[in-house]
Design a protein around this ligand. Structure first.
Ligand code: ADP
Ligand code: MG
Length: 626
């Protein structure tokens, strides 16, 4: 008995239209994924019901056993996925099946363009799983009733997956949702029970709800298998993480990861533990092999799902993992938290704090293990996630030392993969500090004049070019008792590394240069805080350094790019008194031009920009013209 309510036609949101077009026209491989998506939506709907019912047990009505049923009708050529979960009201059906909540269309299209196989696997990643039904169906009908609403407020949603969909109110006694796929021409393979069972086994074994299909029976007269009225469970229905480690194969861990992350690549590493003691919980945590497209979005929802005694609670539990480990995916199942734990409660709970600390430590040991036992794998990890891990140096003081050991750098000795331990192992006799330079690019760092004396003496310098490096360095001062020292800050002090003769020669040269130095200071008094002679230069005439405690030029540039005007203090100009160009100053000819050119060139060499390039050109030309 249908209510007299009218059918309403709605247009899909523009983004949905685009997605539907892509789905039906370009996804040819891995079509079977649609079943995984629809089963996972059914399972999500059951999780949501269970969660809402924590506060309102009446929502269970008289059917507390949550389940998913998959059935088909050969004559009608339909395949139906049913659940008795939360269901949808008419408004929700319009909203959830007609628009895309996360606006991932652009990323989806970009991913699809880059994907040669046009793999349907992509679809779940972008929160558009429902529409995958249209890969095999030319009409989808959804019949649903939201838990708690009367039978008269069921809804039927229907669409051919083109521009629009229809919605009408129906009478529906059954709580939950039926998704009915009217199969396209040529898509009859989805009407074969063995096929459906094998896909469910492949993708949905770990769904913790039973997935039911009708039992078959041999019919002597018809000489074929026929469906009976009896239903049987076709998945294992045991949450993978609750099984003992020894009973789970590597392939199962990998498959679970795929479902959890929608990542097409296998994970880099995983760890599965049951933690006992004051707080009891199970953790199954994965480090992906590839960074997601939104890695830099620090606000995105976390990859770790929280369960309490196998009941799904939430999947954006930032409280469970520090921000700098936002790439970790997995499941944490607590035995202690109350089932109705709220987001606010999560932030304050001591148990959650213990879980977070324990899980952080586990991830770090997993990474340490990879770093120690598989250098190539760790290098691959570092390339994808190293810059994110660096955020941890300032965010997680408790683990700062462990994190510092996990850092990898480029240096004057190797373009990548240098750890602090490697560096310390190569330190020269008498060397007390770990030297580094920050720059915008590796080329700029390598070409920096400040490195010259270090090169000459064979002292290694770390080359830091990530945006986050400056920030990291404002929290990390030393490693293994050795101070981290910028080669571009303050006067160079090679301490015991400088040999006596060199020192004396430098002092003599500086003494001789003194009168010229005073003139130079006067000529550049509006641009340089100080001018002094240096021993750090070998081939270059001059370089810019900043005073101890002043902001580095690189950081000042980063802040400027970020739109934050930073008060930049005047730099110090250091000159190489032995350089021919500097010696020319002593003649007094074109003194002013030469002084400014030295300063401008030093600025350019460290990656800076000239405030008045035209003046620079004018001075150079004046000099060239003699
Ligand atoms: P996602 O699952 O990532 O949210 P989908 O495209 O798979 O994206 O589903 C869109 C939305 O439609 C879901 O978030 C949910 O609100 C709703 N939905 C889909 N299937 C069901 C179902 N079986 N029961 C209740 N709601 C559903
Ligand atoms: Mg979904």
């Amino acid at each position: 008995m249908e209510s007299p309510a009218q059918k309403h036609t709605h247009a899909f949101q523009a983004e949905v239209k685009q997605i539907l077009h892509l789905v039906t026209h370009s996804l040819y491989s891995n079509k079977e994924i649609f079943l995984r998506e629809l089963v996972s939506n059914a399972s999500d709907a059951c999780d949501k019901l269970r969660f809402e019912a924590l506060d309102n047990a009446a929502l269970f009505e008289d059917a507390p056993n949550l389940e998913v049923r998959v059935s088909y009708d050969k004559d009608a050529r339909t395949l139906t996925i049913s659940d008795n979960g939360i269901g949808m009201s008419a408004d929700e059906a319009v909203q959830h099946l007609g628009t895309i909540a996360k606006s991932g269309t652009r990323e989806f299209m970009a991913a699809l363009e880059g994907d040669k196989k046009k793999d349907a696997n992509l679809i779940g990643q972008f929160g558009v799983g429902f529409y995958s039904g249209f890969i095999v169906a030319d009409r989808i009908t959804v019949e649903s009733r939201r838990a708690g609403l009367p039978a008269g407020q069921g809804v039927r949603w229907s669409s051919e997956g083109t521009g629009e969909f229809e919605v009408e109110t129906i009478e529906r006694a059954q709580r939950g949702t039926d998704v009915i796929l009217h199969l396209r021409e040529g898509e009859d393979e989805w009407l074969a029970p063995w096929k459906l069972r094998s896909i469910i086994g492949k993708y949905s074994d770990h769904i913790s709800l039973p997935i039911l299909m009708r039992k078959q029976q041999w019919d002597e007269e018809k000489k074929e298998q026929v469906l009976t009225d009896e239903w049987e469970t076709v998945n294992k229905a045991a949450a993978l993480w609750t099984r003992p480690k020894s009973e789970v194969t590597d392939a199962q861990y990998q498959e679970f990861y795929k479902q959890l992350s929608y990542d097409s690549e296998p994970p880099l590493a995983y760890t599965h533990n049951r933690v006992e003691g004051r707080t009891e919980y199970t953790q199954l945590l994965y480090v992906p092999a590839k960074a997601p497209f939104d890695l830099w979005n620090r606000d995105k929802r976390g990859g770790v799902k929280l369960y309490v005694k196998r009941v799904f609670i939430m999947d954006d539990a930032e409280a469970l993992m520090p921000v700098y480990l936002r790439f970790v995916k997995g499941v944490i199942d607590s035995a202690d938290l109350p089932l109705n734990v709220s987001r606010e409660l999560l932030q304050e709970s001591r148990d959650v704090k213990a879980i977070r600390e324990g899980s952080t430590k586990k991830v770090l040991s997993m990474l340490e293990d990879v770093a120690e036992n598989d250098k190539d794998k760790y290098a691959a990890f570092w390339k994808e996630f190293g810059a994110v891990l660096k955020e941890g140096l300032g965010e997680d003081f408790q683990n700062q030392e462990r994190l510092a050991k996990l850092l990898r750098f480029a240096s004057t000795h190797a373009d990548e993969g240098v750890s602090f331990a490697d560096y310390v192992g190569r330190m020269k006799e008498g060397q007390e500090a770990i030297y580094y330079i920050t720059a915008d690019t590796l080329a700029a760092a390598k070409g920096s004049p400040q490195l010259e004396v270090f090169r000459k003496k064979g002292i290694e310098v770390l080359l830091l070019t990530d945006r986050v490096d400056e920030w990291m360095l404002s929290h990390l001062y030393e490693f293994d008792g050795k101070p981290l020292t910028s080669v571009a800050k303050g006067a160079v002090d090679l301490g015991k590394l400088q040999d006596e003769e060199e020192k004396k020669a430098a002092e003599a040269a500086a003494e001789a240069f003194k009168p010229t130095l005073e003139k130079l200071k006067a000529a550049l008094k509006d641009r340089a805080k100080d001018v002094r002679t240096t021993t750090r230069l070998v081939d270059s005439p001059a370089c810019i350094v900043v005073d101890e405690g002043d902001m580095s030029a690189h950081l000042a540039r980063l802040l400027k790019q970020a739109g934050q005007g930073a008060p930049r203090s005047m730099p110090i100009l250091e000159v190489n008194a032995g350089h021919a160009l500097v010696k020319r100053l002593e003649t007094g000819e074109h003194f002013d031009d030469l002084a400014h050119i030295l300063f401008d060139q030093a600025l350019l060499a460290e990656g800076g920009q000239l405030e008045d390039p035209a003046a620079y050109v004018r001075r150079v030309n004046a000099l060239l013209a003699g």
